[in-house]
Design a binder for this molecule. Structure first.
Ligand SMILES: [Mn+2]
Length: 436
């Protein structure tokens, strides 16, 4: 858990970014039923964690930079000895103030009656519309009531602004504290992938490897997987978000595992593809060598000023050249890039922001154009090639082969740092580990 001073510094940065005429609301998404009366495990909204470290459900944080006092107001579940006996400890109002930086704290149930006064007369209300219909209704209700009280001196905000404008710009650039956690998540994730490589052999079930991966995450104090662990053997590797994980590994299969540990609310995101039986077949090598070559070149290119679009276009071009060489497409390259024929075998983007959310927040464009990378941003680089068993026109030898290779890359002042470099990906390293 980060020191309280880190959260205080973040709140101050956010208050400064908002300016004296804005008010911001960040809040927990509701707990969700899984089945019957059982809930999914609760995971706090990343915006709330980022600003407070507070992980309990039913939390709303109102930030008011222009207020004389009570700049940070938290609505939380009050202490309740009986409910706490059933459902776990609560920090309560005092805890919110003493440990989580609230200037004032109120019971969650008082949000409706107090919100109107907290947002009245601000210029901009920073609020994420469209995430939670119930909260949208409550905020809309506040605005409607404020419209009626304008003559009495309380008017609604003039604009509702998406949190992308200010808060998510802060989250996009990672501080040294955040990078230390991301490095930890990356190290645990690398170890988990290596454990799966060692455990997987013909006859192993995909769910066993999922268990190995998730066990390794938890054993090191991770919250668990930052997204559902994908283990796809053989042709399952050609399904991008295959999470059934219920088939056995066959001799000669490639296994694709896309899994990242969430540690202290930051997640890694690694994909590796390796041979069940410890040796790539010749056709698997053809595909793997191409994807690895493209991936390594893309990682090597990461530096400030480049855009994610640049990285993607470079991967698309090199993959398309490779597809033509492999007999998946007919040239020329320019025409196949132009008519998007490559999308039959490479249908996803190459990169996304990474942080508290696996597809982390932050605008991808500025003024309609891809934005330049800056030091402190963390991205994934994850080209792949997926040849479905029934892909029209594909050479038979390549059918059912799916390969993706994904690393997490920090943009630095003079280039980049591969945070997941410890996770093996060369053919020699993979064959040595998988045979062991
Ligand atoms: Mn990813």
């Amino acid at each position: 858990m980060l020191d309280r001073s880190v959260f205080a510094a973040r709140r101050q940065m956010y208050l400064d970014a908002l300016g004296p005429d804005a008010v911001a609301i960040v809040y927990s998404l509701p707990e969700r039923l899984r089945n019957g009366d059982s809930h999914y495990q609760f995971r706090q909204h990343s915006d709330v964690v980022y600003l407070t470290g507070f992980a309990e459900p039913d939390t709303t944080v109102v930030l008011r930079p222009g207020a004389d006092s009570e700049k940070v107001v938290m609505f939380v579940r009050p202490r309740d000895p009986e409910l706490e006996t059933w459902n776990g400890r609560r920090a309560g109002l005092d805890g919110a103030k003493e440990r989580y930086g609230a200037d004032a704290a109120y019971p969650a149930a008082e949000l409706d009656q107090r919100l109107m006064d907290l947002v009245a007369n601000c210029e901009e209300l920073h609020y994420a519309l469209g995430l939670d219909p119930d909260m949208d209704l409550r905020v809309a209700g506040v605005l409607a009531r404020l419209r009626k009280t304008e003559k009495r001196g309380k008017r609604p905000p003039r604009a509702v602004v998406d949190p992308r404008a200010a808060l998510h710009e802060l989250r996009l650039r990672k501080s040294p504290d955040e990078l230390a956690i991301l490095r930890k998540a990356a190290a645990i994730s690398s170890e988990a992938h290596i454990a799966a490589m060692r455990a997987g052999r013909p006859g192993t079930f995909e769910y066993e490897l999922e268990a190995t991966v998730n066990y390794t995450f938890r054993r090191h104090g991770g919250i668990g997987p930052g997204y559902n662990t994908i283990v796809g053997a053989g042709e399952n590797a050609t399904i991008l978000h295959y999470v059934e994980n219920r088939c056995a590994l066959a001799d000669g299969d490639l296994v694709l595992i896309d899994a990242g540990c969430e540690y202290d609310h930051y997640t890694a995101d690694i994909t590796r593809t390796w041979p069940t039986s410890g040796r790539f077949t010749a056709p698997q090598r053809e595909v793997y060598d191409l994807v690895l070559d493209v991936q390594q070149a893309a990682v090597a290119s990461v530096r400030p000023g480049l855009t994610l679009d640049d990285i993607h276009q470079q991967c698309v071009r090199r993959l398309t050249e490779g597809m033509i060489d492999l007999g998946l497409l007919e040239g020329p390259v320019d025409a196949r890039v132009e008519d998007l024929a490559y999308k039959k075998f490479y249908m996803h983007g190459t990169s996304h922001w990474l942080g508290m959310d696996v597809h982390d927040v932050g605008a991808y464009t500025r003024g309609g154009k891809a934005r330049p990378l800056e030091p402190g941003m963390v991205i994934t680089v994850e080209p792949g090639l997926y040849i479905a068993t029934d892909a029209p026109g594909a050479p038979d030898r390549l059918r059912g082969i799916g390969v993706r290779i994904e690393d997490d890359v920090l943009v630095t002042v003079d280039g980049h740092e591969n945070l997941t470099a410890a996770c093996p990906k060369t053919v020699a390293d993979l064959e040595a580990i998988c045979r062991a």
